[in-house]
Design a protein around this ligand. Sequence first.
Ligand SMILES: Cc1cc2nc3c(=O)[nH]c(=O)nc-3n(C[C@H](O)[C@H](O)[C@H](O)COP(=O)(O)OP(=O)(O)OC[C@H]3O[C@@H](n4cnc5c(N)ncnc54)[C@H](O)[C@@H]3O)c2cc1C
Length: 454
Amino acid sequence: MSYTVAAVCAVVASVLYLAFPVLWEAARKRNMAKYTAYYDLKTLGHSRETSSKIPGTAVVCGGSIAGLLTARACHDHFERVVIIEPEAWLSTDEGRQTEALNQTSKRARIIQYDVYHGFHSLIYRAMANFFPDFDNAAAASGIKVDRTDMDYRISGVSPPSAPKFYGGNTPKRLWSSRRGLETLLRRLVLDTKAYPNIEQFVGSVLNNATGAAQAGHKWLPALGFAQDLQIQSYNPRAVYGSMTMRVPSSFWDSLSHMPDNARGPAAGPVPLPQWLFDFLDKLHEVEDTLAFQKIRQNADPSSLLPYEKCARLPENFVALGDANCRVNPIYGQGFAKVVNGVSSLNTLLEQGRFERALPRDFGRKFFNMQAPKIEPLWTNPKLFDTVPVPGESDNQMYKFKRRYIANLRKLAFKDEQAKLAMYRTSMMLDSATIDYFHPALIIKVFWQWMTSTA
Ligand SMILES: Cc1cc2nc3c(=O)[nH]c(=O)nc-3n(C[C@H](O)[C@H](O)[C@H](O)COP(=O)(O)OP(=O)(O)OC[C@H]3O[C@@H](n4cnc5c(N)ncnc54)[C@H](O)[C@@H]3O)c2cc1C
């Protein structure tokens, strides 16, 4: 009898062992589909036949990042798209000029307009899928598309990259001032030849409704909706400093030894390379053009509006980008939130491709789809900001997760599996949190933890 039990156990164990890679891969795919926009990216830019477009007008509040990308997605599904944007100059040629640095008007509501932004590969993929000639359009605006690596460093050194998983090339990503990318996006979206159904009007949907103002929660309750919305918020007490200088094109002539993807000391190996000092010395030539901006997030803390939990929602209302969630800017996730939201919207519209009307409960379906894709972008900064949301505490679980990730990062310098997990998540492409918790990786991380000296 005991032989039989042992034999059955051995068979079951062998089957599980053999089946594990398949089961794990299936779980990974489910996790990615739910928590990331990776699979949704594929259908961005797939337009319906004109005869199948939904009759009527999609109204988009705000012509900034979220508004412009939403309008672009809606163009593929609706007969008409209207953007309402209060800042009048954004509807003139200046709002979409190729040389955004020469704009003289100022963005009234975007404090970070002059701040340099970093964008995950996810953002590049979304742009390239939406706009077929994106690389050339970016080049015309002086926006850099390159194949730079990981985002995090320990003592100034990044772990090695993992290009072999991407056909020998690391995925493309974007570097640009916020001003540059926003203006380029506007030029592309408001191109009436490419997207004839999109119009932008100067106006305001109520007062200060979207982006950071997140006013959905202010006016929906007045209409009997979202009265039970439980906003979560905390102040990460972040201070963001940004320096801008204007350099002539000849400035770079004597700096040809700077690597193509140089991004300042944070990206430099230790000891810091000579090119960095040469670059800093050279900046003296243009120091009179220096503009310094300090952004303190006192008035606009991190916040999440979980609309999906509300009992009553309008059928045809969605909120995405900063209107749904704001996070500490030091993590550079703002555009990723927008892409996750716009991809959810597009997937939902794509599912009803042959229906000439919005599906029933469209708003709720949207929020249900968007919420898990926003969840990691909201939770991870919370983990590292260590400023609890009222009602939460920086508890043992948070502390454990922080230590786990810290050890995973260290491990990534010497272990291929850890490196790949970190690399993929930093690109926000084909990965999800589950990659951090592969059983073999868990064992290695704990070993790292136990044997770590620092
Ligand atoms: C200092 C700083 C640095 C950052 N760095 C990065 C980074 O490196 N990478 C990154 O991905 N993200 C970064 N972010 C975050 C990113 O900039 C935001 O997440 C992003 O701007 C959100 O875009 P949005 O379109 O949702 O909102 P917004 O950009 O705030 O746009 C809202 C739009 O709505 C319009 N509007 C306002 N009221 C009304 C109304 N009543 N009716 C109609 N329209 C209205 C506004 O004029 C505006 O055009 C940073 C943020 C800050 C503050």
